[in-house]
Ligand binder design. Structure first.
Ligand SMILES: NC(=O)C1=CN([C@@H]2O[C@H](COP(=O)(O)OP(=O)(O)OC[C@H]3O[C@@H](n4cnc5c(N)ncnc54)[C@H](OP(=O)(O)O)[C@@H]3O)[C@@H](O)[C@H]2O)C=CC1
Ligand SMILES: O=C1O[C@H](COP(=O)(O)O)[C@@H](O)[C@H](O)[C@H]1O
Length: 481
């Protein structure tokens, strides 16, 4: 297999892709014969490129690089080609290099094209892969692409149309790194391996579902991208919607990529679309002001380097969604995500109905609802909030039954995903249908923001977002957990 990596000198390659490949190599999960052909604009010799790969392993690999011989064997597989992505002629030379190496090292003609470059290059690269003959292999060809997939519904559809001239849907692996997180991959197992949960996973027992992805970081030098994207495109259209699909999907008859993606698609098809005039009733749009995060003073968004002081970009979104199918009719799904919030936490909270409270209101006055909490990041685990009698005072009070996953040596999201793509398993990649349906839900929100139909609420850095976000749940008699 030849792993053709566009963007080989970039940040993602250095932080995620090389360490992931190295860990797969150590665990013997890469094909016996493989070669990585890295592509960038910079001028580098193979040796200089290999040194960069080595440096990335020392800095970012989850395994210590203490076996020098193994490390040497691994980096020997890396070759570098300087190529301007938009220059069609350069791809002929790239084909020659790939073919030469395939022959010399008897590598099977399986080619993985990984586009770790800005999205405006996706189209030209795929076009040139086809035109140069790189895509005409005797084995398989696959494409891994990073987000963002389009800027809105129309641009996503156009991009997909162009990619699908070169790659069939089953050859395209759209990375959403949230789908590579072990606890997200565990969601379906939690349901199918636990009949007790499975039988409760519907509107008869569940009062609401809350999905939070809060971050403490601010812009991290990415103003150029983020100020145009906002939380709505950066997190909601992709990661939050994937978490929603994974939570709301019904158990498929078989655990296969096709069936799971089919169930996710059904969720998206049942998602109630909003008219842009309804957006303000269901979506809260926020931007952080100055404040304190982890006991340190931080500046507000408008003072961040690279951000115009008139920017109305959203750094926080919360929203109420409805999945109009037989399982979820009447159950609100709430999502919230933002930068510069009080804590770094991604979690899914299922709040169960509490019919007994009506009957025993006096006895159960100190109790809480039953909650199932799936901690995705940075902690991984599951908690169940039950009510139990406190032997000290005889009161019935909430208690938490906790399971914390052992994170030692758990593969990182990119490792799991690259391994799946190499095996041809697309279960945890975003299918085009999911991406398109997700943009369909997001599109009226983009338009409402554009036309200023939704007030921009300022929140203090270090808080859990604007008050309006709490009000959204309060209207329905709930609160964020
Ligand atoms: N970094 C991250 O953590 C994440 C990134 N992503 C996505 O991954 C992709 C890559 O991001 P990132 O690595 O951060 O980007 P960088 O800006 O760090 O790297 C961009 C890469 O593209 C190469 N490049 C740019 N223009 C050309 C050109 N004309 N011809 C050839 N090569 C070119 C650069 O080469 P050179 O250095 O030689 O100029 C470099 O290797 C983006 O789509 C981003 O949205 C997604 C999630 C997280
Ligand atoms: O894709 C992105 O995700 C990160 C958050 O990822 P996590 O794994 O740390 O939860 C976010 O910071 C970034 O803005 C976004 O592009």
């Amino acid at each position: 297999m030849t792993f053709v990596l566009f963007g080989a000198t970039g940040d993602l390659a250095k932080r995620k892709i090389y360490p992931a490949l190295y860990n797969l190599f150590l665990n013997q999960k890469l094909p016996d014969t493989f070669l990585v052909v890295g592509i960038g604009r910079s001028s580098l010799s193979d040796r200089e490129y290999q040194d960069r790969v080595t440096e990335s392993l020392y800095t970012f690999s989850r395994h210590l690089v203490n076996d020098k011989a193994k490390k040497k064997e691994f980096v020997k597989k890396f070759r570098y080609t300087q190529l301007d992505i938009s220059n069609a002629d350069g791809y002929k030379q790239l084909l020659e290099i790939v073919e030469h190496n395939e022959q010399e090292f008897q590598i099977m003609e399986n080619r993985m094209f990984y586009l770790s470059v800005a999205p405006e290059f996706f189209e030209v690269i795929s076009f040139n892969i086809q035109k140069s003959g790189l895509g005409a292999t005797k084995g398989w060809k696959r494409l891994i692409i990073e987000k963002p997939f389009g800027h809105d519904l129309k641009s996503a559809q156009e991009l997909n149309e162009k990619l699908s001239r070169v790659f069939e849907e089953h050859e395209i692996y759209r990375i959403d790194h949230y789908l590579g997180k072990p606890m997200v991959q565990n969601l379906e197992a939690l349901a199918f391996a636990n009949p007790v949960l499975q039988s409760l996973w519907n509107n008869q027992y569940i009062a609401n579902v809350q999905i939070t992805a809060s971050e403490t970081v601010g812009l991290e030098g990415r103003a150029g991208y983020y100020d145009k994207a906002g939380a709505i495109r950066d997190m909601v259209q992709n990661h939050m919607m994937q978490l929603l699909m994974m939570t709301a999907m019904s158990l498929p008859k078989q655990i296969s990529a096709q069936e799971i993606r089919g169930e996710k698609r059904k969720v998206m098809e049942s998602l109630r679309l909003m008219d842009k005039k309804e957006v303000a009733k269901n979506v809260v749009r926020g931007q952080y002001g100055p404040g304190e995060v982890n006991s340190e003073a931080v500046i507000g968004y408008l003072k961040e380097p690279g951000v115009e002081d008139t920017s109305s970009n959203d750094t926080f979104i919360s929203a109420r969604l409805w999945v109009d199918n037989a399982f979820w009719e009447g159950v609100p799904f709430y999502i919230r995500t933002g930068k510069r919030m009080a804590e770094k936490s991604t979690k899914i909270v299922i709040e169960f109905k509490n019919p007994l409270k009506e009957l025993y209101s006096k006895e159960l006055q100190n109790t809480g609802p039953n909650l199932l909490i799936v901690y995705v990041n940075p902690n991984e685990g599951v908690s169940l909030q039950l009510n139990s009698k406190n032997p000290l005072n005889g009161e019935i009070e909430p208690i938490l039954v906790n399971f914390s996953a052992n994170k030692a040596n758990v593969p990182e999201a990119y490792e799991l995903l690259i391994h799946d793509a190499l095996k041809g398993d697309s279960t945890f990649f975003a299918h085009w249908n999911e991406v398109e349906l997700s943009w369909k839900w997001v599109q009226p929100i983009l338009e409402a923001f554009e036309e200023n139909l939704v007030p921009l609420q300022t929140y203090c850095a270090g808080s859990m977002g604007p008050e309006a976000s709490d009000d959204l749940l309060d209207e329905d008699g709930f609160k964020w957990w």
